[in-house]
Write a protein that binds this ligand. Structure first.
Ligand code: MRU
Length: 348
């Protein structure tokens, strides 16, 4: 299994996603501040993976505190949570994981010994890790049957093992379809500017022997018109209450193209990505990242000095473009407001 992130007695170990596929390096974060840096710099990325990373960051902070009781640790705990919550704004899994740790912490009495706090916070981070893999497997089983028996499936960004604790959401659906005997050929959008598709999706699918072709982001329409794409499956960073969802910049373009060509467009995400408190996609905060991701590649400048740059990391795809949302609870169809509300209690 791809070791996206692993808890060790020394800290949290991450495969360095900024270096893949050319180098397989690992980064050991030994403090919660280092976990926060690893999220900001995208050594680890992908909505479910950053949620669980933050949970481990909090567990790490508890291991290192000098406080002797939950009460003494309280202010420091809040500071740790705030630092991790300030890393990236769009993926709701981050806030979901931090809130879950906060709820657990609130249940401790003032005099609860820190050894118990440490044990319980780490146990819950481990539980989130295992639940995430189980959710990916369940999504795979539900979503795999939606894909065609053979043909091209387009994906955007990396919603794979590297974006989760293992198996992946969109790529989990593809993996499961392949395990079901379907002859799928994956087309991976390169996903400018960070190249998650060209670097990460291609790397992990090739490791599994799944036929994969990388295309530039501007090639999808042409392939669709030529009949080479039979379905699209992507992940999500946040799904609003009406089914609008944020995902990597460029997802919206693909959704429009799929609709125009009559191609089913699926979004696969665990329940931790669903945010019923956000009514529509318009209310999802979109992260703006550094201009250097656009102006430079591999340390080399690509654009004229001083040119204006815009670098939103995500866009919002309106629910009307989504054929189905695949979750670990099952496959949801429009109208999504109702479908999400109905399935919410089951997820608790
Ligand atoms: O900026 P990133 O690489 O963290 O963006 C990741 C994505 O947009 C993924 O598609 C999304 O998090 C789903 S991952 C299962």
């Amino acid at each position: 299994m791809i070791p996206t992130l692993t808890w060790t007695p020394e800290g949290v170990r991450f495969i360095d996603q900024t270096k893949l596929p050319l180098e397989e390096n690992y980064v050991l974060a030994t403090t919660y501040e280092q976990v926060a840096d690893v999220i900001v710099t995208m050594v680890v990325r992908g909505a479910p993976a950053i949620g669980v990373s933050a949970a481990y960051g909090i567990a790490l902070g508890a291991q290192q505190t000098k406080a002797e009781t939950a009460g003494e640790f309280g202010t420091e705990f809040e500071r740790i949570c705030a630092r991790l919550a300030g890393t990236r704004p769009t993926a709701v899994n981050l806030f979901w994981a931090i809130d879950r740790m906060k709820k657990l912490f609130t249940g401790f009495g003032f005099d609860t010994p820190i050894s118990i706090v440490r044990e319980k916070l780490l146990a819950d981070a481990n539980a989130m890790y295992n639940e995430d893999i189980a959710a990916c497997k369940a999504m795979g089983a539900f979503g795999g049957s939606l894909l065609p028996d053979e043909g091209g499936v387009l994906t955007h960004c990396n919603a794979g093992a590297l974006a989760t604790c293992g198996y992946g959401t969109a790529l989990g659906v593809i993996r499961s379809a392949v395990e079901q005997g379907k002859r799928i050929h994956v087309y991976a959008d390169e996903t400018r500017p960070f190249l998650q598709g060209a670097r990460l999706t291609a790397w992990e699918l090739m490791a599994d022997g799944i036929p994969t072709t990388v295309i530039c982001d501007n090639m999808a329409a042409s392939l669709m018109r030529a009949g080479r794409i039979k379905a699209v499956v992507v992940g999500a960073d946040r799904i609003a209450a009406n089914g609008d969802f944020a995902n990597k910049i460029g997802t919206y373009n693909v959704a429009i193209l799929a609709k125009e060509h009559g191609i089913p467009f699926y979004c696969a995400a665990p329940w931790s990505t669903i945010d019923l408190a956000t009514p529509t996609g318009d209310a999802i905060p979109i992260e703006e990242r550094s201009a250097i991701e656009v102006t430079h590649h591999g340390g080399k400048q690509l654009t004229p000095h001083g040119v204006g740059i815009c670098n939103p990391a995500f866009d919002v795809t309106p629910a009307k473009y989504v054929t189905a949302i695949v979750t670990e609870r099952g496959v949801l169809r429009a109208p999504y407001s109702e479908a999400l509300r109905e399935m919410e209690p089951a997820a608790k």
